[in-house]
Design a protein. Structure first.
Ligand code: NAD
Ligand code: IPM
Ligand code: K
Ligand code: MN
Length: 368
């Protein structure tokens, strides 16, 4: 089979530590499973700022555009907390999403059975949890104009951000959610705050209209975002596919992660079609950040990164079998009782990042 190009962008903090574990699995897939990929790697975020004075180079954006998939770690480094917004490490991921037009961020929150007691919720509330948050990622308040900080005549200041969504932006992400629902339980819950925000009101109208025209076989419900946060904790299994805007999706997915035991468990896929192209682009990353509080200690959970690789294999390389094998290996390792610190219970002796990565590889070998 023709060789696929994968661009690795480990980023900052724990990014490189967990990426190294995913790369070991890629190497194994190449050696043992006939995976044919060309890997290249580059700097993003604080690591790029330190060397090139920009959070991401145009050259890296260009490489991402021609790659079959990008495997991303995380960006963010407290060293750059006082620089202007356009020079923050976070610009790297925001620009990748925007420039590649990666508008649909799939954030599955699936509870592995062995982690039942690691969930922040009672076992009876979360057992079997398997939901999919579809988060819009190139619009909303993250990118709306006007934005900025203005100085008022009296010398005080005003910080401005604007939530903007167009019909087309809402419709294309809703379509992704409805299509996913058809492959799952056939249910979509659309989340906004149309009670106070016009962008939310339009969101509800557009989703309702699309549903009526093309997806009446799917069950559609609507929920206000504040209630949704509460419902996710009260009874998360009422949800299957959820679709929401950029900011609400960011918040609700971090919340959902704790239902599965840890932020260090949740992968994501961000899919889209670059403007002026009909080639599908995709970026895969854990939903968490660079975790500066534990960076360099070798204790980060690499499973979100490893599961992001599984999503890459499934969605971009059509290697669903390898993806399932990885997910099964992760499940085996968790069933064996191995835990990194974030998912450990009182009395467990947690293992480090490397050891968890090695255990997944060993479980893969045993299964293959
Ligand atoms: P974070 O997600 O980095 O960490 C939040 C908490 O979860 C921390 O206590 C951290 O130690 C823990 N955690 C996260 N991932 C873990 C893992 N794999 N294993 C074990 N524990 C883990 O969020 P934050 O601290 O608010 O942000 C840190 C930086 O990361 C900021 O600069 C932020 O902007 C950036 N960030 C980047 C991305 C991204 O690259 N897509 C995502 C989120 C945050
Ligand atoms: C995420 C992060 C990013 C976001 C930041 C770092 C720009 O929190 O990927 O969830 O808000 O989208
Ligand atoms: K990340
Ligand atoms: Mn986030």
């Amino acid at each position: 089979s023709a060789s696929h190009k994968i661009l690795l962008l480990p980023g900052d903090g724990i990014g490189p530590e967990i990426m190294a574990q995913a790369v070991k699995i890629i190497d194994w897939l190449k050696a043992e499973r006939g995976l044919n990929v060309d890997l290249s790697e580059d700097l993003v975020g604080g690591a790029s700022l330190a060397k090139y004075d920009v959070p991401i180079r145009d050259e890296v954006i260009a490489k991402a555009k021609v790659a079959d998939a990008v495997l991303f770690g995380s960006v963010g480094d407290p060293a750059w907390k006082d620089v202007p917004f356009d020079r923050r490490p976070e610009v790297a991921i925001l620009r990748l999403r925007k420039d590649l037009n990666l508008y649909a961020n799939l954030r599955p929150a699936k509870l592995f059975d062995p982690l039942l007691s690691a969930s922040a919720l009672k076992p009876d509330v979360v057992r079997g949890l398997d939901l999919m948050i579809v988060r819009e990622t190139v619009g909303g308040v993250y990118f709306g104009e006007p934005r900025g900080i203005e100085t008022l005549p009296d010398g005080t200041k005003r910080g401005i951000n604007t939530e903007v969504y167009t019909t087309a932006e809402i419709e294309r992400v809703a379509r992704v959610a409805f299509d996913l629902a058809r492959l799952r339980s056939g249910r979509v819950c659309s989340v906004e705050k149309g009670n106070v925000m016009e962008s939310g009101l339009l969101w509800r109208e557009v989703v309702t209209d699309l549903h009526k025209r093309e997806y009446s076989d799917v069950t559609l419900t609507h929920m206000l975002a504040d209630n949704c946060a509460m419902q996710l904790v009260r009874d998360p299994r009422q949800f299957d596919v959820m679709v929401t805007g950029n900011l609400f999706g960011d918040l609700l997915s971090d919340l959902a992660s704790m239902l599965t035991g840890s932020l260090g468990m949740l992968p994501s896929a961000t899919l889209g079609t670059p403007v002026g192209s009909d080639k599908r682009a995709a970026l895969y990353e854990p939903i968490h950040g660079s975790a500066p509080d534990i960076a360099g200690k070798g204790i980060a959970n690499p499973l979100a990164q490893i599961l992001s690789l599984a999503m890459l294999l499934r969605y971009s390389l059509e290697r669903g079998e390898d993806a399932a094998l990885i997910e099964q290996a992760v499940s085996d390792v968790l069933a064996s009782g191995l835990r990194t610190a974030d998912i450990a219970a009182a009395g467990d002796t947690p293992v480090g990042t490397e050891e968890m990565g090695a255990a997944v590889l060993k479980a893969l070998r045993a299964r293959a």
